[in-house]
Design a protein around this ligand. Structure first.
Ligand code: TXA
Ligand code: MG
Length: 317
């Protein structure tokens, strides 16, 4: 396995039906030719992902939408023109050319144009779209650096395209357009507040663990191996006193508590910075020998909604 910045090497590997890890602004993706069933099967197998959980298709240009999806509503083009490239995924009726394997039999395909410059160049240099789930084993924390990918999937990949640390740090917001309504299937890097003036009907689906329409809604996900408890730190602390505690807080330093290892997501109370730090903090704590991770609930607004969503799922494990 090589970690590098060669778009040519990444493109060559992809053209010969190999998988390549790619940087995006949200998280690293495990990418392969979305039009090749054989390659898509490899993605599921490397991730150990069940076939009922469909993949997002990554495009280079908005013009490609009509190649892979049919009857794109005006509202979808408005959103696409506003937020792409960026952390937004749209669910749109798929054309036949997209294998059923990619959508897990769904008649809608999830599409997005990612923002990272290396991946943009890569997408321009190949003539097929990339199916790419987050580049982590199924159910584990998503990777936000090339090293995160190498640590877990390195032995199964030829090439990891290194684009540095992901700028957003949370997966894309997944949106379905249902009549006049915007349905949010996964809260993510695009805060719902930014969608308000596109529609006055916005429905946020909370996760469900039985027969989810979008398996991104599976409750136990993004989970560290060490148990993670979510809530108010000072309320939870007394029950865990004496244990080796790891702590994830928004900005407070909790200097008076006996904590083994502490990550403040953003001492400056900056939600963007907190989002960017979240997954790597969870990973770093998971690699310490701790008994428990205590995590604080953030304000339920803006990116805080998606951060809390990821923490809740990590805690549901
Ligand atoms: O930011 C992101 O979206 C990252 C980067 C790599 O683009 N990708 C990502 O992929 O998070 P993944 O596979 O970890 O999560 C995609 C979610 C899945 O939970 C899946 O259920 C949902 O998107 N999804 C994909 N295709 C779908 C479809 N056709 N219908 C409903 N849900 C779909
Ligand atoms: Mg994922």
């Amino acid at each position: 396995m090589t970690i590098g910045t060669s778009i040519q090497k990444a493109a060559e590997a992809l053209r010969s039906d190999q998988l390549v890890a790619i940087p995006t602004e949200t998280v690293y993706g495990l990418a392969g030719n979305a039009l090749s069933e054989e390659t898509v099967v490899k993605i599921f197998s490397v991730k150990n992902r069940p076939f009922f959980d469909p993949l997002i298709v990554h495009l280079g240009h908005i013009e490609q939408l009509s190649e892979f999806t049919r009857s794109v509503p005006e509202l979808a083009y408005d959103l696409a023109n506003t937020f792409w490239p960026g952390p937004m995924t749209l669910l749109l009726p798929k054309k036949e050319i997209i294998p059923d394997l990619v959508t897990a039999g769904n008649e809608r395909v999830a599409v997005r144009i990612p923002q990272h410059p290396l991946t943009q160049k890569l997408l321009q240099s190949i003539n097929f779209p990339l199916a790419a789930p987050s580049a982590n084993p199924f159910g584990y924390i998503s990777p936000t650096t090339a090293q995160h990918v190498a640590d877990q999937l390195g032995s199964q990949l030829l090439y990891i395209l290194d684009g540095g640390a992901c700028q957003v740090g949370l997966e894309s917001t997944i949106i379905g357009l249902e009549n006049e309504e915007l349905v949010i299937y996964r809260k993510g890097g695009l805060p719902v507040e930014q969608l308000r003036h596109f529609s006055d009907k916005i429905r946020i689906m909370e996760h469900s663990s039985s027969n989810p329409k979008s398996p991104g809604q599976l409750k136990s996900h993004y989970a560290p191996k060490i148990p993670l408890m979510l809530g108010d730190i000072r309320e939870m602390y007394p029950q865990h006193k004496g244990k080796k505690i790891g702590l994830i807080s928004f900005f407070e330093d909790f200097a008076d508590l006996d904590i083994q290892k502490h990550f403040r997501l953003s001492p400056q109370k900056d939600m963007k910075q907190a989002a960017k730090q979240l997954f790597s903090s969870m990973r770093l704590l998971d690699n310490e020998s701790l008994d428990v991770i205590l995590a604080e609930v953030l304000p339920e607004k803006g990116l805080g909604r998606a951060i809390n969503d990821r923490l809740r799922r990590a805690a549901a494990h």
